[in-house]
Design a protein around this ligand. Structure first.
Ligand SMILES: Cc1cc2nc3c(=O)[nH]c(=O)nc-3n(C[C@H](O)[C@H](O)[C@H](O)COP(=O)(O)OP(=O)(O)OC[C@H]3O[C@@H](n4cnc5c(N)ncnc54)[C@H](O)[C@@H]3O)c2cc1C
Length: 381
């Protein structure tokens, strides 16, 4: 419990990935933030290197690797702080819908491109008036003789500009009961009636192309319905465990990196009396406290990774891990700034960026309040 048994192959994969990210991804972070988007060429290169959808079976162009390889990618992306390049959302949140619920035709049509980086994937549930409460979504679909027709709009969709395929949740215009009304559809970029809006301006994740999406008389083939008609809620629920675990793994790795960076900076800084900042009792105690919290969270999250990889139902625990780790990341980024003072702002953007980028993590993938609501219900409270 609390330890992940990585093999030599996992370690070698991590080392190679870390070198690649340090050399080929991290140096572009600032330019991508200024552009407000990660170029498609970077996605393509990640695919060529074999770092997208590593779990996809070889029959669909993937490498058929275990979940721990995905965890390594989440951790290493968090380690370089490139949170706008949402590789794990693509590989471990969206593409699993295509694999699990897509027909053989859908799998063959999209999975090879998602692995190679030719196709970036997104999932569109949220609407201007439907975030936590998806039952209140108003985007609809209707069935015609040879197609489904989507109408409505989505907002705050990650990878919204780059996406070549998007999984869209919409309600049946003929069904009253909300929990039987939602279906999921695979919509390709370029389909008439599907339009991408502008990139949304955000306080953080500035290289992430979060966007609005519009569907206007958007006619899609019947074969693009995922799973059974009306089973959208069930499919979304089934995939929540992994989505929340992705969030927890990334937030924890981000918080661990932040504490390492804070420690390093505090060693370098000299304060008033000529002493290194690290010798101030307040700084030392804060670093000890943050490290102790992270060690507990590390044991908890590792255990969940093991259980999830073994197929266990740990949705309540992953909900707890999601709010715990994302709260740590936010608390620690604010605390690091306070401890380091102007030293946190003087040379690079590491600490301010952590503060900006971490802020959304308690909000997306289910808000932290909703995580607590789920846990409270499970605990019979
Ligand atoms: C950067 C970013 C990227 C995103 N990417 C995507 C994406 O790729 N695809 C997608 O579909 N969506 C995406 N979202 C949307 C995200 O999932 C929603 O923001 C989130 O679900 C919360 O919805 P909301 O913002 O409408 O808040 P609301 O649901 O309106 O909630 C507002 C407040 O009320 C609280 N609240 C709501 N209901 C309850 C309740 N029952 N009990 C207690 N408290 C409650 C919430 O916790 C929150 O504090 C993204 C959002 C952001 C900011």
């Amino acid at each position: 419990m609390g330890t992940i048994e990585y093999t030599g192959n996992h370690h070698a994969f991590r080392d190679k990935l870390r070198r690649y990210l340090d050399e080929a991804v991290a140096p572009h972070g600032e330019a991508w933030e200024q552009a407000g988007i990660v170029p498609l060429s970077a996605w393509k290169e990640m695919g060529e290197k074999g770092y997208l959808c590593t779990w996809v079976p070889q029959a669909y162009g993937g490498r058929g690797l275990d979940f721990l390889y995905s965890v390594i990618i989440m951790e290493e992306m968090a380690h370089i702080g490139e949170s706008g390049f949402m590789v794990s959302l693509h590989s471990d949140v969206v593409v699993p819908y295509l694999f699990t619920y897509g027909s053989e035709e859908i799998r063959n049509q999209f999975l090879p491109g998602c692995v190679s980086g030719d196709i970036v994937a997104a999932v569109a549930m949220t609407e201007p008036d439907a975030g936590s409460d998806l039952a209140s979504m108003v985007s609809t679909f209707r069935e015609e003789e040879d197609c489904f027709v989507l109408e409505g709009s989505k907002t705050f969709i990650s990878n919204g500009i780059n996406c070549g395929v998007v999984i869209v949740a919409a309600r049946d215009s003929l069904e009253e009961e909300p929990y039987n009304a939602i279906s999921l559809f695979v919509v390709e970029a370029g389909t008439p009636g599907f339009e991408k809006g502008g990139k949304l301006q955000k306080m953080g994740l500035r290289s992430q192309d979060t966007a609005e999406l519009f569907f206007n008389n958007c006619r899609i083939p019947k074969a693009n319905l995922l799973g059974q008609r009306g089973s959208g809620f069930i499919m979304l629920m089934e995939k929540l465990q992994q989505e929340r675990l992705v969030c927890a793994v990334s937030a924890l790795a981000g918080a661990e990196t932040l504490v390492e960076q804070t420690t390093k900076k505090a060693r370098e800084c000299i304060y008033g009396s000529g002493m290194p900042l690290i010798k101030a009792q307040e700084v030392r105690f804060a670093l000890v406290e943050m490290t102790a919290h992270l060690k507990m969270a590390r044991a908890f999250v590792n255990d969940l990774v093991n259980q999830h990889a073994a197929g266990a139902n740990v949705v309540v625990e992953t909900s707890m891990a999601k709010f715990l780790t994302t709260d740590f990341l936010n608390d620690f980024s604010r605390r690091s700034m306070d401890l380091l003072g102007e030293a946190a702002l003087d040379d690079d953007d590491v600490f301010a960026k952590a503060l900006r980028d971490g802020r959304v993590m308690p909000i997306f993938a289910g808000t932290n309040e909703i995580m607590k609501e789920i846990a409270a219900r499970f605990m019979g409270l």
